[in-house]
Design a protein around this ligand. Structure first.
Ligand code: GLP
Length: 263
């Protein structure tokens, strides 16, 4: 696992966006050999998406040969609801870049058969040749996508019931009303994310400090599902200073020194 510590949210977002752009450019994608990008929602990746949009506008990268697979979607929330992850992705990213709509994949939380929807999503990822780079955030309880504490670390795409913590955290998008927050979601599994060639997480703010500690400084545990990335051969966590508040001094210094070339 590589850990990048940046001074603030803006620098974290810029570092992550430059990394994603470099990977897409290096892959030199074509219609026959597209780049497969995993996409998260949440406030954490907003800056990263803004940077990618800017680079696309400036002609530095193109998404014409990029295929995306989103991490998750609420169950039973209309697709055109302003807080659906479909809306989030089109409003904050896809509508602003040159991606082909047919190359965008987002789970359908209103599918008549949710189990079949999840199985089909896994099949589509496989048929596309797997995900090259899965971007992600971390929930305050350490969840990755909607893999809540207690999720199997080998899980695949499936229906997940949200924890009370997550319902509280996400109620800020639903007028602060817990009753309006969907109680279930479809989510890629930890196993699905682990199959990606690379995984890049962004994590910012003091309210993520405990999650970051467990993700990079704790044991691999199904109680903090993002900690599974310790087992991934190419995982990167990019964070800001505030998210480091609960790391041990030794861990914090090690990662800073490593990136500065002092080690
Ligand atoms: C949701 C998403 C996660 C995301 C998390 C954190 O629960 N399913 O993928 O990482 O929120 O969101 P935020 O970045 O807004 O803190």
């Amino acid at each position: 696992m590589r850990v990048i510590i940046e001074p603030d949210y803006a620098a974290m977002s810029k570092w992550a966006a430059n990394y994603v752009a470099d990977r897409i450019i290096a892959a030199n994608p074509t219609p026959e050999k597209p780049f497969k990008l995993g996409c998260p929602t949440g406030s954490s990746p907003l800056g990263l998406y803004k940077e990618l949009i800017e680079m696309n506008r400036a002609g530095k990268i193109s998404f014409q040969n990029v295929i995306t697979f989103n991490m998750d979607e609420y169950v039973n929330l209309p697709e055109d609801h302003p807080e659906s992850y479909h809306s989030f992705m089109w409003n904050n990213f896809f509508s602003h870049i040159d991606i082909k709509p047919e190359n965008v994949h987002i789970l359908n939380g209103n599918a008549p058969d949710l189990v079949a929807e999840c199985e089909n999503y896994e099949r589509m990822i496989l048929d596309a040749g797997g995900i090259d780079l899965f971007m992600g955030g971390i929930g305050p309880d350490g969840h990755l996508a909607f893999n809540e504490p207690g999720s199997s670390l080998t899980s695949r795409t499936r229906i997940k019931t949200l924890t009370t913590d997550t319902i509280h955290a996400n109620s800020r998008f639903f007028e602060g009303n817990l009753d309006l927050v969907p109680k279930q979601a479809l989510t890629v599994g930890i196993g699905t994310v682990m199959d990606a060639k690379e995984v890049l997480l962004v994590c910012n703010g003091h309210n993520k400090a405990r999650a970051l500690k467990h993700c990079i400084d704790g044991n691999v545990s199904h109680k903090w599902t993002s900690s599974m990335l310790q087992m991934h051969p190419h995982s990167i966590v990019v964070c800001d200073e505030a998210a480091c508040d609960e790391l041990t001094v030794g861990t914090y210094k090690y990662y800073l020194d490593k990136e500065r070339g002092n080690l």
